[in-house]
Each structure stands twice: as structure tokens, then as C-alpha cells.
Design a protein around this ligand. Structure first.
Ligand SMILES: Cc1cc2nc3c(=O)[nH]c(=O)nc-3n(C[C@H](O)[C@H](O)[C@H](O)COP(=O)(O)OP(=O)(O)OC[C@H]3O[C@@H](n4cnc5c(N)ncnc54)[C@H](O)[C@@H]3O)c2cc1C
Length: 444
């Protein structure tokens, strides 16, 4: 009789659920352990405080989730998610001005994070072999010898301790991962940690869309414009005829969480449209703040030794400043990478170290975009005059100007924003030529 193969996933948020969907294709049993109790319908839970803030899924994330769970986009739309097409449905004031509303080249379902997780959780829980264990805190990795993880020790809320043996353990426990400590306890080196903190903060609120609202858009994004303003905000339609609005500010210039302060901050953005829209709408809940937005990365891929049967994914490996809306998509794409890896390299000695290095490469790309943008904000804060002049003639600004008005550059730019093409794709001959031409000259 062949032995049943079992995987344990620590954390049942987006990374954990997407990973469980990938593992269910290769394992006889998958146990997802979360310290939270999941709500029976879309709703808040303690382990997902970011659920009260705007969560945009990129096209790469949608495709990856759809690959793991075919029909998921339809399920989301049936549950109330709204399809939003970029750039058509978005009033986007970038640092280089308004984006022309060309026909949609990139369509994503827009939903509250609570709805997205609920739909995903139902799909994953229905997969053969998958079991969700709620209300259990994973407190330790089990290892019979230091070079191989064989399960986890977990503690229930009422203090019961259980051991759960597994052929593969995946840490998807988010930003507060204990993996560096657990590795140290097993005798491994502490990995290098990179942190880039542009001291950004969010405040967010849901609003009811007024009856009879006839705007021909579904999203507003007002960007910051360093060094002139550190402030920005976004509004997007979600299920239940609501908008979710997230305001943000860099360098400690955080939007307030009181009613008046929230509206006053919205009024201070580079254009009044977002403020005027919400000032006429009925709030559908309180204002929530979120301040720990630094990008943080554990360089697990650099460790000279790595245990067998153990990998780390999602925010536990790399947390990205949410302003760039990458985290869920990186987590979903990582799960498809794990699926591919299990198809070809499962069981190879040293295989988990190879996967962790592959994942490091995948993270590099998103990390480069988020940290590049945050480093520019920080550099401008330190030396605003000199850097601003240098940047004026820089490639980044010219590219953004072209993307606002040229449909070909615009589509290529959205490919990068939606994480379906690498930033290097913008250096192609055709795109470089169009960017080099500059925006059309003004007429009389
Ligand atoms: C304000 C904000 C806005 C964001 N907006 C976007 C956006 O627009 N687009 C986007 O793509 N991403 C966005 N993100 C990022 C996104 O929320 C995360 O990348 C995404 O949730 C994936 O994270 P994760 O599953 O790795 O970890 P998390 O979502 O943090 O989940 C970790 C899970 O592990 C559980 N857990 C933790 N420790 C243990 C333990 N020891 N034992 C058992 N369970 C444990 C927790 O209860 C939780 O359920 C945003 C983040 C923030 C903070």
C-alpha cells in the first residue's frame, strides 16, 4: 500500500489558501492551520486587519488564482465582485497628469478583501483532501534531525497542544512569521532582512454608492507627486453597491482616522474629484487606519543551508508596501510556481532550497518596483531640489508622460503595473521610440 502524503500550510489567508490549492494537486491530504476562526460569511477577522483597506488584484494574480481554481473569477462576480477595466474605467491622475481612458486592456474583478477571501476559502475547502484547522497557533517546527522538517506543533486557544506530522510544511503566516526564530532553534543561520520604510500610512472607509449615481467610471486614483505632495488616494467600486476608499500619505504624513480629518485629507489631494464624490455619499462603516507599511524581505534564498520539506511563501517571505498593490498577486503567482516545482522536482534532495531560490527570483521583480518607488520618495525627501531636477529629464517621467497619452505605451505600462510583463519590457525598441518622441505638441 502506498503511504498517504500530507502537507501542512501555516496560515489560511491568501498565500496559504492559494498554496493549499496548488498542494491539493500533489498531496493526498493538505491541512491549513490558522490561529483565527474564519467567519461563515464575508466578514472581518483579527488575523486580517488589512481586510478593511482597498485590495486591488492585479491581472497576474487573477490569472494565477484562475489557473489554480478554474472559474474563480466567475465565482467572485456571482458573489458580487465588479469587473473593472483599465484604463477605461479609471479616473487616474498620475504624477504626469491624467491618463487617457483608452478602451480596457486589463480587466480585474474588484471586491472587498473579506469577499475575496471568503470565495477563495470556500473553493479551497471544497477541494478533495483539504482540511482547515481553525483556532490553532503554530508554535514550533518539528524536526527529527536538524536538516529535515517533519511537521508542526500547534496550540489551540484553550491550551491543547497537538503535533501534526507532514511530508511538506509551508509557512504562509504573513509579516509576523516566526520562521527566522524557528530556523535558529534548529541550528540555522538567521537570514538577512531588508527593510525599506517610506513611512507610508493608510486610512480607509467604505461608502454606499448614492442611488442614481451615473458616473461612467468605477475607480479613481489620485497619485502622490514627489516632491510636491506626499499624499494620494484611491476609490474603487466593490460588491454591495459600495466604494472602498483608501487615502495614503508618505513620510509620516498619514491620513487621519476621524470623520472630519479623513474628508479634509481627501480635499487636499491634487484633484477634488475623490473628495467631492465621497462628500456626497453615505459612509458604510468607520474609518480604519493602517500604519505598518514598510517593505520587508527575509533573504531565505541566500542561506547556505536550508532544511528539506519546508518552504516559506507570501508576506512571510516578503511584505511589500501596499500602495503598489502587489502582495496578493505575488502570493498567487508563487503558488503556481510551487505547483510547477512539485510537478518536476518533488522529492529531489535539496529541492526546497532550490524552490526558495526560485521564489527569491520571482520576488526580486516586485521588490524592485516597490522599493524603487519608495527609495525615490525617500531620496526626494532628503534632497528635494537636486533630485527633482535630475528626475525631470529621467526616463521614468518621460515614460509615464507617454503612457498617459499613447495607447501602445499605455498598454505596455499596464502590462508592467499588472505584473504580466517585466519592467524591462518597457525598454523594447518600439516602446523606447514612442517614449523618445515625447507627448504630442500642444495645438493652438
Ligand atoms: C493596508 C494594506 C493594503 C493592501 N492592499 C493590497 C492590494 O491592494 N493588493 C495586493 O495585492 N495586496 C495588498 N496588500 C497585501 C496583502 O494583504 C497580502 O500580501 C496578502 O494578504 C497575502 O498575505 P499572506 O497570506 O502571506 O499573509 P496574511 O494575509 O498576513 O495572512 C497570514 C495568516 O496567517 C495566520 N497566522 C499567522 N501566524 C500564525 C501562526 N503562528 N499559526 C497559525 N496561523 C497564523 C494569520 O491569522 C493570517 O490568517 C495590502 C496589505 C495591507 C496591509
Amino acid at each position: 500500500m502506498t503511504r498517504r502524503r500530507h502537507a501542512v500550510v501555516i496560515g489560511g489567508s491568501l498565500a496559504g489558501l492559494a498554496t493549499a490549492a496548488a498542494l491539493a494537486r500533489h498531496m493526498d491530504a493538505v491541512t491549513v492551520v490558522d490561529r483565527d476562526t474564519f467567519p461563515g460569511r464575508p466578514g472581518r477577522r483579527r488575523g486580517l486587519p488589512q481586510g478593511q483597506h482597498l485590495h486591488a488584484l492585479m491581472v497576474s494574480g487573477r490569472r494565477a488564482l484562475e489557473d489554480l481554481l478554474p472559474g474563480l473569477t466567475d465565482d467572485l462576480v456571482k458573489a458580487g465582485a465588479v469587473e473593472v477595466g483599465a484604463p477605461r474605467d479609471n479616473l487616474w491622475l498620475s504624477a504626469a497628469g491624467w491618463c487617457t481612458r483608452f478602451p480596457a486592456t486589463h480587466v480585474v474583478p474588484s471586491a472587498s478583501r473579506d469577499l475575496l477571501d471568503w470565495v477563495l476559502r470556500r473553493r479551497v475547502a471544497a477541494l478533495v483532501g483539504v482540511r482547515l484547522r481553525q483556532g490553532y497557533d503554530v508554535v514550533e517546527l518539528l524536526a527529527d534531525r536538524p536538516d529535515e522538517v517533519v511537521g508542526v506543533r500547534m496550540r489551540s486557544h484553550d491550551g491543547r497542544v497537538e503535533e501534526c506530522r507532514a511530508d511538506l510544511v509551508v509557512d504562509a503566516s504573513g509579516r509576523s512569521t516566526k520562521t527566522p526564530t524557528w530556523l535558529r532553534e534548529l541550528g540555522y543561520e538567521t537570514p538577512r532582512r531588508s527593510v525599506v520604510d517610506s513611512r507610508a500610512g493608510y486610512s480607509s472607509r467604505f461608502y454606499r454608492i448614492p442611488t442614481g449615481f451615473d458616473g461612467d467610471w468605477r475607480c479613481i486614483s489620485i497619485g502622490n507627486q514627489p516632491p510636491r505632495t506626499t499624499r494620494g488616494g484611491a476609490l474603487i467600486q466593490v460588491e454591495g453597491d459600495r466604494w472602498i476608499v483608501s487615502l495614503f500619505g508618505y513620510l509620516g504624513d498619514h491620513p487621519p482616522t476621524d470623520e472630519d480629518g479623513f474628508l479634509t485629507f481627501a480635499a487636499s489631494l491634487r484633484h477634488p474629484v475623490l473628495h467631492d464624490t465621497i462628500a456626497r455619499a453615505m459612509p458604510a462603516g468607520p474609518v480604519h487606519g493602517f500604519r505598518s507599511m514598510a517593505s520587508q524581505r527575509w533573504h531565505f534564498e541566500e542561506l547556505p543551508k536550508w532544511p528539506e520539506r519546508f518552504v516559506v511563501v507570501g508576506d512571510a517571505a516578503c511584505t511589500l508596501n501596499p500602495v503598489y498593490a502587489q502582495g496578493m498577486s505575488v502570493a498567487a503567482v508563487s503558488a503556481t510556481a510551487l505547483d510547477r516545482w512539485l510537478s518536476v522536482r518533488d522529492g529531489e534532495p535539496g529541492g526546497c532550497a532550490v524552490f526558495q531560490r526560485e521564489l527569491g527570483g520571482l520576488i526580486d521583480w516586485a521588490w524592485g518596483v516597490a522599493v524603487g518607488a519608495d527609495s525615490a520618495v525617500l531620496a526626494l525627501a532628503e534632497d528635494s531640489a537636486a533630485t527633482a531636477v535630475a528626475d525631470d529629464v529621467g526616463f521614468g517621467e518621460r515614460m509615464l508622460q507617454a503612457a498617459m497619452v499613447d495607447p501602445v505605451v499605455n498598454a505596455a505600462f499596464f502590462d508592467v503595473m499588472m505584473m504580466v510583463a517585466s519592467p524591462e519590457s518597457l525598454a523594447s525598441e518600439e516602446i523606447s521610440r514612442r517614449i523618445g518622441q515625447g507627448p504630442p505638441l500642444p495645438g493652438v
